[in-house]
Design a protein around this ligand. Structure first.
Ligand SMILES: Nc1ncnc2c1ncn2[C@@H]1O[C@H](COP(=O)(O)OP(=O)(O)OP(=O)(O)O)[C@@H](O)[C@H]1O
Length: 362
């Protein structure tokens, strides 16, 4: 693969006593945002650190704009890195922290007013324009996170690494900044890597999403592909709000001969295209059921309610299917009581099937 963006090829890092990260491949085109998502500890921060040069890979290469970065020191790589830990300078004010990367040796000198204006513009967008004179010690966690974000975005970089850029902000600010950062980075025409443990944030900000599980990329695809066709049960378990339900069972011929899913009290015909594709005899499978694909009322499965949570425009019902806990998302707001028995209808259009052994989508 060649383009002028960022390319990671067979990048790997092993820490003693750990399973290790990679080898993994990833590319981000100029103007593209790729989100790197996965559970805590999977290696997202380590990937960012290998790109910026803070961590040396044991194998593989990072190529940016056609140039291999491994021989270059951190400051010569053209990487703007927002750290998950913020790493603010405690003796400098907020405005000085943000201006700091522009004052590094070798950077083109901006006039005093131009520098101040550039810093202020970012602080204003992040809604901390009034805090420029404060020291980091006098800021809340969310305010510190925004200073770190501004200090990254202020730079003229060849690639931006945003390691959990908005995770500690309130929901309203997160929504506002998400859209603003996306618009800005796309217009800049440089690659951006956005790391987040929140898979739904990843889907909403990125052109492509890399899902990282146990140090490897389990799926690298467009957001809708990751959402509608998760490559593995592990990806399915991460994506969605709530995430997809997984039910163990078996694919068997039903009355008419076409294969259907049978397991845990569910006996379900498959939609025509899936049935045609999977007509090769009985096999053990895992059924992926989106929470919105099940609705209360019906006889496709019988559940026992564990908890009912009304969220205004929809409700989440947590319920047991034998020994498996499922989540349903329903627009119905009628109340369900703990231990109530309910029948549900399953919409076959919302099904995904996985092989029970490989855990890969069928
Ligand atoms: N310097 C180090 N020495 C030993 N192990 C390390 C070191 N840095 C990271 N690790 C381990 O590597 C794994 C990946 O860590 P990393 O911080 O990259 O994960 P992450 O996906 O960014 O997690 P989080 O979302 O919690 O920030 C973890 O198991 C961590 O304990």
């Amino acid at each position: 693969m060649t383009h002028e963006g960022l390319i990671l090829s067979d990048l790997a890092r092993r820490f003693s006593g750990e399973a290790g990260i990679g080898p993994l491949g990833l590319d981000i085109r100029p103007g593209e945002i790729v989100a790197l998502t996965g559970p805590s500890g999977t290696g997202k921060t380590t990937v960012c650190r290998m790109i910026s040069g803070l961590e040396r890979p044991d194998a593989g290469e990072v190529v940016l704009g056609g140039r291999a970065l491994s021989a270059l020191p951190v400051q010569a790589r053209g990487v703007a890195h927002m750290f998950e830990s913020y790493a603010l300078y405690s003796h400098l004010s907020v405005a000085q922290n943000v201006a700091f990367p522009l004052l590094a040796p070798g950077k083109p000198r901006l006039g005093r007013d131009a520098l101040a204006a550039r810093v202020q513009e970012l602080l204003d967008v992040a809604q901390i324009g009034h805090l420029g004179a404060r020291k980091p010690g006098a800021l809340s966690g969310g305010q510190k996170q925004r200073v770190a974000l501004c200090r990254c975005l202020v730079q003229d970089a060849a690639v931006f690494l945003l390691d959990e850029p908005i995770s500690h902000l309130d929901a309203k600010l997160r929504n506002e900044l998400r859209g603003w950062i996306r618009r800005r980075q796309t217009a800049l025409g440089v690659p951006t890597l956005w790391s987040t443990p929140d898979a739904m944030e990843a889907l909403s900000v990125a052109d492509r999403v890399a899902v990282m599980i146990d140090g490897r990329i389990a799926q690298f695809a467009a957001p809708e592909e990751v959402y509608f066709r998760p490559a593995t049960t592990e990806v399915a378990r991460l994506v969605g709000d709530p995430a997809m339900n997984l039910v163990e069972g078996r694919l068997e011929a039903r009355d008419g001969g076409a294969p259907g899913f049978r397991g845990k009290g569910i006996d379900l015909a498959l939609p025509g295209d899936l049935a045609a594709r999977l007509s090769g005899g009985p096999r053990d499978v895992v059924l992926g059921l989106r929470p919105s694909a099940m609705s209360p009322g019906g006889r496709d499965a019988s559940l026992k309610v564990y908890a009912w949570e009304p969220f205004g425009k929809h409700a989440i019902i947590t319920a047991m299917l034998e020994d498996t806990m499922l989540r349903l998302k329903t627009p119905r707001l009628d109340r369900f009581e703990a231990n109530q028995e309910i029948g549900v209808t399953i919409d076959p259009a919302g099904l995904v099937l996985f092989d029970a052994t490989t855990r890969r989508a069928l």
